[in-house]
Design a protein around this ligand. Sequence first.
Ligand code: FES
Length: 104
Amino acid sequence: TTVTWVKTIEAAAVTRDGVARAQAGGQRLALYAVDGVYYATSDVCTHGQAFLSDGYLDGHLIECPLHQGLFDVRTGAAVGAPCTVALRSFPVKLEDGFLHVQVA
Ligand code: FES
């Protein structure tokens, strides 16, 4: 299998607000920074048409802006109603100040 790391946005952009959006390999991503560690999930909520990158990050939990469902950014797991289906999550690495995401 081929491991593909895709360069996305500057890490500084994520660190500033805790959450930011990016695109990689045709995938909309939400990128998170929690205590200096970076995480990536798909950006689209599994409950409806909302973007987690517009949501509110509290610790490791991202709250959906539409119905306040919760996901754990470390795993994508749905941890708060009304969300029951996990987000996809992706490996992230920091290189030369940019976040690279393994989307495939
Ligand atoms: Fe995200 Fe409903 S669309 S909780």
